[in-house]
Design a protein. Structure first.
Length: 172
């Protein structure tokens, strides 16, 4: 049996436009994780550099708000085998209606698809078994009650302990 992999899943950080920095709560989770996944809309290269320096392993893609500097360093789609599960990461998946079937068609060799763009937390499973996860945004909650990111564990080839983590607001 392999050791469990602790994941932190982020998207849509939009720094420094939506916040000056990632919340300390996110950094604590990053420091404790084995793998950090970011599904795009970083906006600045400083966030990429900071996550690369602190994450044990970083998997990331660019989003629609990411400029040329980020697009030169990140792919549009990233794929990785994590503990026997095939992950794909992409920023946009299109409208919510029909998402599961569309993504199952577009990512046939994938067990878990991580995406962003909407800032809306999402956890669903397509009819064929593809798990779709959107962590929301830790810095730009839009119409959500709080900002969020995801934590999860890959254990024995299974994704477990998937948790949307509400981002604590700093004390006033």
């Amino acid at each position: 049996m392999a050791e469990p992999l602790r994941l932190v899943i982020l998207s849509d950080t939009h720094l420094p436009k939506r916040a000056r920095a990632l919340p300390e709560q996110v950094w604590r989770a990053v420091d404790a994780a084995d793998v950090v996944i970011h599904a795009g809309d970083w906006v600045d290269t400083a966030t990429l550099d900071a996550l690369q320096s602190r994450a044990s392993r970083l998997i990331g893609v660019y989003g629609n708000n990411d400029g040329e500097a980020l697009r030169e360093r990140l792919p549009e789609i990233a794929c990785a085998d994590l503990g026997g599960l095939r992950f794909a990461v992409v920023h946009e998946t299109g409208p919510a209606t029909g998402r599961e079937l569309r993504c199952e068609r577009d990512f046939p060799d994938t067990d878990v698809l991580v995406f962003g763009h909407s800032h809306i937390p999402w956890d669903s499973t397509a009819p064929g078994g593809l798990r779709l996860l959107n962590p929301g945004s830790p810095t730009d909650r839009r119409r959500q009650p709080v900002g969020t990111f995801l934590t999860a564990v890959v254990r024995d080839g299974r994704l477990t302990d998937v948790t949307f983590v509400p981002v604590e607001r700093p004390a006033a």
